[in-house]
Design a protein around this ligand. Structure first.
Ligand code: ATR
Length: 482
């Protein structure tokens, strides 16, 4: 079940969200600690009119609550709400023992969620702690923990796997716990909490619109496939939006999840246990993953970087879709004998040089730090030079590829080859996609060049991964705006 946590200061504002999201949420959690004090009587009213079940929660500050309140005042509000209201669930902390409140809750036959929040760590034996939380039969234990590494993620995953209870709530907070908010119900959890957009109610909460659109819980059956992306940071990536839209349209029983990863080695253990069927790899793990691969394509070997791993029968098989992804929009333009200049000698340049050389294009790499260009040139057996050598660049100008970070938001005015004047005959390709039209491309277009924007490479490498993950072509007509 999906539970929307309501954190507005007034009941009327919360009602608006109930109305807006009643079809997406299975349950609402009313956070009394977020309500203005004079709104408390209205909370009772709300419980009588809302058609969806509500969890009554008055969080203490030590558990992430927002109001400083004496325990007696808090209990008094809870007692009044339970007595006069019509709430289906109440969240009670593990150390909360109040006979008056207990009697009222029992009389109303409310479900008790018995909660503990650990903002520092993940316990050694999560399933044992979860089991020990319940004070009385029938209670639903809720344990919210804070994983800070993949090693912590592993203990959290063991918690799901080793729990024999039929109803429990288990979740990891923060970036290392985001997967548990998406996959928790798939792993047997009773519910997953989400926030109203732009109002994160707890660390790592996903908002209800993203959850419903990108990670709908009912997309994944119990036999469904789990894919994802590993990186650090990784939460900004658009890959889940792309792949999950593809799964929906192609009716693939799968979910693509972002995994914040500090240790590739630990993630491999995690991926085996979950299990994960395949994953994309982004910065900073594209090289670090290679020693763990059982097989690797010629592209991975030549480029020295892997951006895709397929997991099959306990083996990890590495591929690199950056090179063919980069080449896809360029291929129709390529003619025999063409020469290309690659501007920049970072990680991205490697896949690009490989792709161009495979297509028979002669390559020059120029860079601010010439020694880095030289290193690449020696590896790929191509020409190199300084980024300021306009004469040299002009000798390789059938295709100009911009691979540096210059011109990316927020420094959109920058151009690494500002001194180069386009003739209008070049194909200009920038791999930056924020903004789509960089200064480099704007100048090229003004001169009459054919231009290729960076979103093409991003999407094409994703389409290829999708094909590798699922065996089906990506349904391009559903490509989301990146
Ligand atoms: P990526 O893996 O995305 O290619 P990277 O390895 O950090 O990223 O490489 C960034 C590229 O942008 C490099 O070619 C870098 O040039 P240096 O090797 O001289 O650092 C280039 N770059 C970054 N800032 C630059 C600047 N101000 N002027 C010119 N090139 C720059």
């Amino acid at each position: 079940m999906l539970c929307l946590t309501l954190t507005e200061a007034t009941v009327d504002a919360n009602k608006q969200y109930i109305k807006k999201y009643c079809n997406d949420a299975d349950l609402f959690e009313l956070r009394l600690d977020c309500l203005n004090l004079d709104e408390m009587p209205k909370a009772v009213e709300l419980s009588h009119t809302c058609k969806t079940d509500i969890i009554l929660t008055y969080r203490r500050m030590i558990d992430g609550g927002r109001r400083k309140v004496s325990e007696e005042d808090r209990l008094q509000v809870l007692r009044t709400c339970v007595k006069n209201g019509d709430f289906s669930y109440i969240d009670m902390e593990e150390d909360l023992e109040d006979s008056e409140l207990n009697a009222l809750v029992e009389a109303k036959q409310m479900n008790i969620i018995r909660s503990r929040h650990d903002f520092d760590s993940v316990p050694d034996d999560v399933s044992k702690d979860l089991m020990n939380l319940c004070k009385h039969p029938g209670e639903i234990p809720k344990l919210a923990v804070m994983p800070k590494s993949v090693a912590d993620m592993l203990r959290l995953l063991d918690g799901y796997r080793n729990t024999s209870m039929t109803r429990f709530i288990l979740l990891g907070m923060g970036n290392f716990g985001v997967w548990s908010r998406i996959l928790g119900p798939h792993l047997g959890g009773f519910l997953s909490y989400v926030s109203v957009p732009n109002q994160s109610a707890a660390p790592g909460h996903i908002d209800i619109e993203t959850m419903s659109r990108v990670y709908p819980l009912d997309r994944l059956s119990s036999n469904g496939h789990i894919f994802g992306i590993i990186g650090n940071p990784v939460m900004h990536t658009k890959s889940p939006v792309l792949h999950n839209a593809g799964f929906d349209a192609a009716e693939v029983d799968a979910m693509y999840v972002p995994f914040t990863v500090d240790s590739v080695e630990d993630f491999i253990t995690f991926a085996e246990k979950l299990p994960v069927d395949g994953f994309s790899v982004t910065i900073p793990h594209k090289q670090a993953i290679i020693p763990f691969l059982d097989t690797q394509t010629e592209a991975v070997q030549a480029i020295g970087a892997c951006n895709t791993v397929y997991c099959k029968d306990g083996t990890l098989n590495g591929d690199n879709t950056d090179a063919p992804g980069f080449m896809a929009p360029l291929v129709p333009e390529i003619k025999k004998g063409m020469k290309a200049c690659i501007i920049g000698a970072g990680g991205a340049a490697r896949a690009i040089i490989y792709g161009l050389q495979k297509a028979g294009v002669e390559v020059l790499v120029v860079n601010r730090t010439e020694s880095r260009a030289q290193e690449l040139a020696e590896h790929f057996n191509c020409a190199y030079g300084s980024i300021n050598d306009i004469n040299l660049i002009s000798q390789y100008n059938d295709i100009l590829v911009q691979t540096t970070s210059l011109g990316m938001v927020p420094d959109v005015e920058r151009d690494p080859v500002a001194g180069y004047e386009f003739t209008g005959k070049e194909i200009a390709y920038d791999i930056i996609y924020k903004p789509l039209m960089t200064r480099f491309l704007t100048r090229a277009q003004a001169a009459g060049c054919t231009i290729i924007t960076g979103d093409k490479m991003l999407l094409e490498q994703g389409y290829l991964q999708f094909k590798g993950f699922t065996g089906c072509e990506y349904p391009r007509e559903v490509t989301p705006r990146i």
